[in-house]
Design a binder for this molecule. Sequence first.
Ligand SMILES: [Zn+2]
Length: 214
Amino acid sequence: MVKVERSPVAPASLEKEAKKKNGSYREKDVIEQLEKDFYAKCYICEIKPVQDPQVEHRLPHHSRKIPERVFDWNNLFYSCSHCNLVKDSKRYEEGIIDCCVRDPEELLELQLIENQVKVIVKSERDAEAIRTAELIEETFNSTSTGIRKQAGQVRLNELQSTMNALYSQLNYFQDNPSDIVTIRMLKGLLNKASKFAGFTRSYAKAHGYEAFIQ
Ligand SMILES: [Zn+2]
């Protein structure tokens, strides 16, 4: 999870749809603006591109029983269907980090260790950060159902290959510190818009490569 700069202007359809009985919060302009603002990746697992994008309500509306949350632009997030489903649990309903307001990188350290995701919470008293860490771990590591296990494994495999690319570029850089192509590749992997950037950036910070983070 990385910080996202949300467009300050809400897509026009939200106001119109909110006045209808069963209005839609996922009109074309909403999806397009979310895709752009969220770098076309799921804000929870950071898979990119998202094959099955969903409009995720950070604070749940409980089948529209809390109507003010349904069309609130600041409550709409871009996610994959797997993360949207995993998050639909009582454990998370008090809210995870709002990555458009708070910088998740200041609150969490994301790691991949032996085919499992581990999320370290930097402040033990931060309930939102704790819930976010549990959610991210669950979206990757859960084996509670066959479908979840498979979706988690797909993400773990993609994350592993991204991390392998990072490790190999860093290794090459050790021996060739002035190689421009390698430096460009590293900056690309560590760009906020890249897939799993929350993980690659955490690794770079923990291992003294902040210089490549822009
Ligand atoms: Zn996801």
